[in-house]
Design a protein around this ligand. Structure first.
Ligand code: ADP
Ligand code: MG
Length: 264
C-alpha cells in the first residue's frame, strides 16, 4: 500500500540494498552550547553503513562542532547519538572505545615531527592496541601502501609535502580500523596542487572500501561526485539536505542558493 511504502521509504537503506539496515550514525535533536552561545540548535540526521555524507555550509555554521559531537570529542549539551545502535551519549559510556571506532582527520594533521611516517602510525597501535612491533609495522605499511606512501615509510613529516603528511594522518587513522571516518576540511590547509592526492585517497576510501564517512568540505566537486548525500548547515541547523547532485544543482532554499553562488 502507499502507506507502507511511505513507512519503508522513511527507513534508512544500505546503498543498493532492499532491506532496511541499522544506521551507522543516528543524531537525534543534537544541541550544543558554549556558555550562552547556542551553536547547534537541534540537529537530526542519519548515516547508513557505507554511505558518504558531505557537510557543507558557511564558516561558523557549526560543521566542526557537529563532527566533534559525533565522536564525543566535544559531547552535545543535549540530544542522543547512536552508533551502530549503541547510545554513545548515555552516561558511563567508554569514551576510548567509542573514539577508537570513529576515526577523525583534521585540517592540521599533528604528526609527531621527530618520528618517521611509519612510527607515527605504529605508536597508537602499540600503546593502545598493545600490538607487537612487527604486527604494528606490518599493519602500518599496509595502510601506507593504500595511501600511496609505502616508499616514504621512513621519512619524517618535515621532508614530506603537506599532502603526503595528510595522507600519513589518514593512514594513521585507518590503521585503527574504525567503522566510521570523519573528515574536517582535510584539504583546506593544503596548497592547491596537493589537494587532489588527498581527495583521491578519500574517494577511494568511499568507493572501494565502502567506509562510512562524514566529510566537512568546501570541495563541491568532491561532494557532487563522491558523496551520496549532502547536508547544508546554516546557523546551527541542517537547513537543507538531499542527494548530492540534486541538492547542488537545484537548491530549494535561498540560503543554500546564496551559499552555493559564493563557493561554486
Ligand atoms: P564551522 O566548522 O562550520 O566553521 P564551528 O563548529 O567551528 O563552525 O563553529 C560554530 C560556532 O561555534 C562559531 O561561532 C564558533 O565561534 C563557536 N564555537 C566553536 N567552538 C567553540 C568553543 N570551544 N567555545 C566557544 N565557541 C565555540
Ligand atoms: Mg570548521
Amino acid at each position: 500500500t502507499m502507506e507502507q511504502t511511505a513507512i519503508d521509504d522513511a527507513k534508512p537503506r544500505q546503498r543498493g540494498g532492499d532491506r532496511p539496515v541499522e544506521p551507522a550514525v543516528e543524531l537525534l535533536d543534537i544541541c550544543k552550547s558554549f556558555g550562552k552561545v547556542d551553536v547547534l540548535k537541534g540537529v537530526s540526521a542519519t548515516v547508513v553503513p557505507g554511505e558518504t555524507v558531505c557537510l557543507i555550509g558557511a564558516s561558523g555554521s557549526g560543521k566542526s562542532t557537529l563532527l566533534r559531537c559525533i565522536n564525543l570529542l566535544s559531547p552535545p549539551t543535549s540530544g542522543t547519538i547512536r552508533v551502530h545502535g549503541q547510545v554513545i551519549t548515555a552516561p558511563k559510556v567508554d569514551l576510548n572505545a567509542v573514539r577508537s571506532r570513529i576515526g577523525m582527520v583534521f585540517q592540521h594533521f599533528n604528526l609527531f615531527p621527530h618520528k618517521s611516517a611509519l612510527d607515527n602510525i605504529t605508536v597508537a597501535l602499540r600503546r593502545v592496541r598493545r600490538m607487537s612491533r612487527q604486527e604494528a609495522e606490518e599493519r602500518a605499511l599496509a595502510q601506507l601502501e593504500k595511501v600511496g606512501l609505502r616508499s616514504l615509510a621512513s621519512s619524517r613529516p618535515g621532508s614530506l609535502s603537506g599532502g603526503q603528511q595528510q595522507r600519513v594522518a589518514i593512514a594513521r587513522s585507518l590503521a585503527m580500523e574504525p567503522d566510521i571516518m570523519l573528515f574536517d576540511e582535510a584539504t583546506s590547509a593544503l596548497d592547491p596542487e596537493l589537494v587532489k592526492g588527498v581527495l583521491d585517497v578519500m574517494r577511494d576510501l568511499a568507493t572501494s572500501s565502502g567506509m562510512t564517512m562524514v566529510v566537512v568540505t568546501h570541495e563541491m566537486n568532491f561532494a557532487r561526485e563522491v558523496s551520496d548525500r549532502v547536508l547544508f548547515m546554516d546557523s546551527g541547523v541542517i537547513a537543507e539536505e538531499g542527494p548530492a547532485r540534486q541538492l547542488l544543482a537545484d537548491p530549494q532554499t535561498p540560503r543554500l542558493r546564496s551559499f552555493l553562488s559564493q563557493v561554486l
